[in-house]
Ligand binder design. Structure first.
Ligand code: 13P
Length: 253
């Protein structure tokens, strides 16, 4: 059975003290409010990983992830962070191919294939992001566009490696805009993606793949979005920076 997952992507936000405060609040609420059956992943900036890990400790179902990793294992690549480093600092997940990485850092589907490989070789679960810009949605070609992102970056994986992937569908027009996709739009795309995955890896593998929705998710809309059959959780940006909002989203299943 596929996992329900809520991941918080802090993006490039929060100082050391702010990160510590947020994490402490989330961990306390998480324990006090007896949350069960949801995998929670905190994805802070790299420099927060170690101190955040110390606060999270061995809290069941609460994990750490990077927001990106290098496509190389090590070497003279100033400013980069490798998958083995993430692993060694306690991360077990890594976001790969976020639309902001694709857009501002020119990350291609081909480069993302190499990053996914690095993550998998080092025992990290990739949260692989996909999603269309507004003009593609308006042209009505969004399903093909997003399916192609999966085909080009993931369809070279073996069955065994594919089984370790988490997908996050994040329509670019809904990210940070306050304009969320409707739950029906999310369901329609998630179903199309699951069918696409089934065409390559079989129905059982597709049914076991968690597909998260991301884009202006908040405590007010999460319940509706998460109630859809093919939506298995969320990748949360802005609302993951507020402990109460983030924990309320986790409790929205
Ligand atoms: P918002 O929740 O701020 O729209 O961001 C979504 C996102 O990009 C998560 O990766």
């Amino acid at each position: 059975m596929r996992k329900k997952i809520v991941a918080g992507n802090w993006k490039m936000n929060l100082t050391f003290d702010e990160g510590q405060k947020l994490t402490t609040e989330i961990v306390n609420m998480y324990k006090d409010e007896n949350i069960k059956d949801v995998t929670v992943v905190l994805n802070p900036p790299f420099v927060h990983l170690f101190p955040v890990k110390k606060l999270v400790g061995d809290t069941p179902n609460l994990f750490l992830g990077g927001q990106n990793c290098s496509d190389k294992a090590s070497g003279a690549f100033t400013g980069e962070t490798s998958a083995p480093m993430l692993k060694s600092f306690g991360a077990t997940y890594v976001i790969i191919g976020h639309s902001e990485r694709r857009e501002y850092f020119n990350e291609s589907n081909e480069l993302l294939t190499a990053k996914v490989k690095q993550a998998l070789e080092n025992g990290l679960t990739p949260i692989f992001c996909c999603g269309e810009p507004l003009e593609i949605r308006e042209a009505g070609t969004h399903e093909d566009y997003v399916k192609n992102q999966l085909t080009e970056s993931l369809f070279g994986l073996s069955d065994e490696d594919f089984a370790k992937i988490v997908i996050a569908y994040e329509p670019i027009w809904a990210i940070g805009t306050g304009k969320t996709a409707s739950s029906d739009q999310a369901q329609e795309m998630h179903k199309a993606l699951r069918d696409h995955l089934a065409s390559k890896y079989g129905q059982e593998a597709a049914d076991n793949t968690s597909i998260l929705y991301g884009g202006s998710c908040n405590p007010g809309n999460a319940k509706d979005i998460f109630s859809k059959a093919d939506v298995d959780g969320g990748l949360i940006g802005g609302a993951s920076l507020k402990s109460r909002d983030f924990v309320d989203i986790i409790k929205s299943f």
